[in-house]
Design a protein around this ligand. Structure first.
Ligand code: ADP
Length: 457
């Protein structure tokens, strides 16, 4: 079965709710109206009874009332029969002159429904005619209620005709409004259908109001933006990796062609093989760095263990001291005499961060320079800084420094064997530890990379 559209469901719900409301409204209106009319009739009967009681004069078994004194009662359309103590009609007022009393009347002191001789429905009220505590007879009053019943009936009929018309109009209005309200949803669906991996540039029209649908469109656009950027990054990555692999592969191919072009001495062949090994090493390093980055970015860190950061720094500095000496650079580790450099970390990954930073420091230091490594603790944060002297990094390059394959001076970095991945790897690892990494650099003075990591007690 085909599901009912949201538009139809919305319109249907509106109509059902409206129909219920109108039914309740109609019933309540008719009831209130009837009640008010009944109340008014009762009040008129009671008022007229007490007025007549005051103006009817009983003398020697004769009942009389001056026409002027009963005028008000008559003007209300009230009919009255005055019965003597033996139950005979002794006097009539208003149109009761020509009307007989019905056979059954309500008990004295009460009112009830009955019919006039011409068949018109009427409300009767029976009450004693008295003077002080002495009963002089009985008062029977009646008001014809045909007109007021007709009014209520017509009112009900009018509502019965009006309600379906209102309902019909509201169905049409509901369908129209639901359609208008859901139009942007159709636009979202249409745009989403047009999007595929090759075409992520489509965006929704954002001239929509700031309502739920407008917010949905904004969220949808923001999501498209993120997917677009992620796809762009992946495309860029593929192009960067291919680019980085092309050079060593080309060189490898050249060396192989050269080696096979003519017979060569064993020593020359060994030299060529050593060159080729260098190219293979370079490609292996690239693949390993890419794998490290992918592992940290995709899966995060798997095995966190308590680690003494001071000890780790000492080990890394000792390990790199020889390489520093080869570059005529001095490594200087400064640790305050303070315990508490413990953190929860993946030691292999974190070691990689410090190796990358200190190796960069050595690479970009002038001969005779000093690379300083310091660690301090502020409350729950451990800060490790690696500072080197040198040309520094131009400020326009700093925002891109931690991007994959970004190199400030391409030729120089390439010559030193760098792919522009070291800082991207460092950032991914530090962030996976819940920390951050920043750089400060001053032209012709040098640079400081600072890693902040949460301490563990
Ligand atoms: P690479 O492997 O090429 O060194 P990195 O990601 O480690 O890649 O560094 C990216 C770029 O940042 C480097 O090419 C270099 O231009 C610059 N850079 C990194 N560290 C320093 C530093 N200590 N001093 C000056 N420039 C640096």
């Amino acid at each position: 079965m085909k599901p009912i559209s949201l538009r139809a469901r919305l319109a249907l719900w509106m109509v059902v709710v409206e129909a219920l409301l109108l039914a309740v409204f109609t019933a309540v209106t008719v009831l209130i109206l009837q009640n008010l009319q009944n109340q008014q009739i009762e009040d008129t009967l009671h008022l007229s009874a007490s007025e007549l009681n005051a103006v009817i004069d009983v003398r020697d078994g004769q009942y009389a009332a001056a026409v002027s004194e009963t005028a008000v009662v008559r003007s209300r359309g009230v009919m009255a029969w005055i019965l003597s103590l033996d139950g005979e009609v002794a006097l009539t007022i208003g149109s009761a002159d020509n009307a007989d009393l019905p056979d059954s009347l309500p008990p004295s002191g009460q009112s009830g429904d009955g019919k006039l001789p011409d068949g018109e429905p009427a409300r009767y009220f029976v009450t004693p005619l008295s003077e002080g505590s002495r009963q002089l007879g009985t008062l029977v009053l009646a008001i014809p209620v045909g007109d007021s019943q007709l009014f209520t009936q017509q009112m009900g009929l009018g509502l019965l005709i009006a309600v379906p018309i209102v309902l019909l109009l509201s169905i049409l209005g509901g369908i129209f409004l639901a359609g208008r309200a859901l139009q942007p949803v159709a636009a979202i669906t249409h745009t989403a259908q047009k999007i595929n991996a090759e075409n992520l540039s489509h965006r929704l029209d954002l001239t929509l109001p700031e309502d739920e649908i407008g917010q949905l469109a904004q969220t949808f656009n923001a999501m498209l933006e993120r997917i677009d950027r992620a796809f762009e990054r992946e495309r860029q990555l593929t192009s960067d990796v291919s680019h980085e692999l092309r050079t060593p592969l080309g060189m490898l191919k050249t060396q192989l062609s050269l080696a096979r072009s003519r017979p060569r001495e064993a020593a020359a062949l060994l030299q060529m093989m050593a060159d080729m090994e260098g190219d293979v090493d370079r490609m292996t390093r690239l693949v390993e760095q890419m794998l490290t980055l992918a592992r940290v970015e995709q899966r995060g860190l798997t095995q966190l263990e308590p680690l003494d950061c001071a000890q780790l720094l000492q080990e890394v500095v000792d390990e790199l001291r020889l390489s520093a000496q080869e570059h005529d650079v001095t490594l200087q580790l400064t640790l305050p005499p303070q315990i508490g450099f413990f953190l929860l970390a993946d030691s292999v990954c974190l070691r990689q961060v410090f190796v990358n930073l200190i190796e960069n420091g050595i690479k970009y230091s002038p001969p005779g320079g000093v690379v300083g490594v310091t660690a301090v603790r502020h409350w729950q944060q451990i800060s490790i800084s690696v500072t080197n002297e040198g040309a520094g990094i131009p400020s326009e390059n700093i925002p891109h420094l931690f991007e994959r394959f970004y190199r400030v001076d391409d030729a120089r970095a390439r010559a030193t064997g760098g792919f522009g991945l070291g800082l991207a790897i460092a950032k991914a690892i530090v962030e996976a530890h819940g920390g951050s990494i920043v750089v400060e650099s001053e032209p012709d003075k040098g640079s400081t990379f600072t890693v902040q990591l949460p301490a563990a007690d």
